[in-house]
Design a protein around this ligand. Structure first.
Ligand SMILES: [Ca+2]
Length: 102
């Protein structure tokens, strides 16, 4: 994705702790319209240690990966987001697509 497409709205939109909503994020970011190769690229950036999975300690930097001035997610936001995205219950996220709420 490109940094000039207005992603800095996330700083304001989710500025308050515990205000992060994955559903709202994916609606507003237009992420669902991205190609699978673009989503793979985003996944690789979120997977900071290149383990092939997004673990809890990487997920909390989710907003910062899109906008460097954004806050980290709170523990409760991170856990809720992870639980919703972790379809097989292994405690980590294996593909970007599972992060997008139905
Ligand atoms: Ca990882």
């Amino acid at each position: 994705w490109d940094q000039e497409s207005g992603v800095n709205i996330f700083i304001n939109l989710f500025a308050a702790p515990d205000s992060f909503s994955p559903k709202k994020f994916f609606q507003i970011s237009g992420m669902s319209k991205k190609s699978s190769s673009q989503l793979k690229e985003i996944f690789r950036i979120l997977d900071n240690d290149q383990s092939g999975f997004i673990e809890e300690d990487e997920l909390k930097y989710f907003l910062q990966r899109f906008e460097c001035g954004a806050r980290v997610l709170t523990a409760s936001e991170t856990k809720t987001f992870l639980a919703a995205a972790d379809h097989d219950g292994d405690g980590k996220i294996g593909a970007f697509q599972t992060m997008v709420p139905d």
